[in-house]
Ligand binder design. Structure first.
Ligand code: EPS
Length: 382
């Protein structure tokens, strides 16, 4: 059965909800693990005032008996604390004079106004908001926890903010990763961290926003996940679609593709045998060849654009009164690059598990674990 979920919920509505189907039974879920992912997502330099209101905790309303999954659909809920401040808002019809017509260029405001024709940009803001990533993280965290138990580890960091780069860092070194996880910029180099923080402070002062790049690495995916047999089965295609669906992500690349001269003899990862095992001299392609995992770490960069809620204003249009105006400000974050790294981890976890389940169809966790262990053993003698 494919792994699938849908989520619903508005940024300032009652709650965010997801129903996850196809998750193996008999898996012991650690709710603290999910809540830890939710709390990691809330942190980071550049976050706005909203994060002082929310303390995201997941509630599991179905699919668990004790701590174990039953194979039934898993219903996850995160209540919005800010809902208390918006009570009444959802229950009444909006007055004409309270409708928002001024669009923020770059946000969903303008396109949503014409697409859904409710006459109020507020309806669009509520669903385009990156608040939705909280529930996607809860779904992904379940998957990420299971992946760890079958030897797949997903880690991330900030790669750049504005013009500052924290490059060439081994995130699978536990000491280094600990420093990254404690850094408000989720980066390693302290000097770069200071520059990044100063840049965010400056943007905040000027009423501006700033973007950057997130880096993700997935270790332990065995060779042969994904497929080249048809366009919609390619692992890099599937991951790219999911990553581009994360609010504010505008580009995705694998491995060193954007850094290297695109010359065949330099770019392609040469292979050799060592003690019977196939090794690579480099991992420029980021662990995926022809849409299939090649056993190396899957390395991904995602470009996070600057948030469109720019306090100093942009030229825009009042879509209700049909006039040229300066865009209105909506409370927001100055930068979403730090939380985006955590979202990226959890969003990719869902799809890696889905692809694993396609190769090793299993209803039960132990069936899955045994199939993977057997597959890895067989690979050694093939
Ligand atoms: C967001 C605006 C801000 C962010 C929000 C995304 O919320 P608010 O409008 O309530 O100030 O903090 O992100 C979250 C709430 C979250 O949990 O990540 C937006 O417009 O996209």
């Amino acid at each position: 059965m494919p792994l699938r979920f849908l989520d619903g919920g508005e940024s300032h509505g009652r709650a965010l909800v997801a129903i996850l189907e196809g998750f193996p039974s008999n898996y012991e879920v650690d709710i603290d693990y999910i809540n830890h992912q939710l709390s990691r997502r809330q942190k980071g330099y550049g976050r706005g005032q909203r994060m002082t209101i929310e303390k995201d905790r997941v509630e599991v309303w179905s699919g668990l008996r004790g701590r174990k999954t039953t194979g039934n659909p898993i219903t996850l809920i995160i209540k919005n604390k800010d809902y208390e401040n918006w009570k009444g808002y959802w229950e009444k019809d909006i007055k004409k004079e309270d409708k928002i017509g001024i669009a923020r260029p770059g946000h969903g405001d303008l396109v949503g106004f014409y697409k859904y024709k409710t006459g109020d940009i507020r309806d669009i803001i509520e669903r385009t908001s990156a608040r939705e990533t909280a529930i996607r993280c809860a779904v992904g965290a379940l998957c990420k926890q299971l992946l760890e138990d079958i030897g797949i580890d997903i880690r991330s960091k900030v790669h750049s903010l504005g013009e500052f780069y924290d490059d060439n860092v081994d995130i699978f070194n536990d000491e280094i990763y600990d420093i990254i996880n404690r850094s408000p910029m989720r980066c390693y180099n302290k000097n770069i961290e200071t520059h990044m923080k100063n840049t965010i402070d400056m943007c905040k002062e000027e009423g501006d926003t700033i973007g950057g790049r997130a880096y993700l690495s997935i270790r332990g995916v065995p060779i042969g996940i994904g497929s080249y047999t048809n366009w919609d089965r390619k692992l890099d295609g599937i991951l790219s679609m999911a990553i581009l669906s994360i609010q504010a992500v505008k580009a995705v690349s694998f491995g060193k593709t954007l850094e290297l001269p695109l010359i065949g003899s330099v770019y392609n990862d040469e292979a050799y045998l060592e003690d019977g095992a196939i090794k690579r001299k480099t991992n420029n392609c980021g662990g995926i060849e022809a849409g299939v995992s090649n056993g190396e770490n899957i390395e991904i960069y995602a470009v996070i654009k600057p948030i469109p809620s720019v306090k100093k204003g942009l030229n825009s249009v009042d879509l209700i009164n049909k006039s040229n105006v300066i865009s209105r400000y909506e409370r927001s974050d100055v930068s979403a690059v730090v939380p985006a790294t955590v979202v990226l981890e959890n969003v990719c976890a869902f799809h890696i598990l889905d692809e694993i389940l396609k190769k090793f169809p299993s209803d039960d966790f132990y069936e899955l674990k045994n199939s993977i262990d057997r597959y890895k053993e067989e690979l050694l003698s093939y």
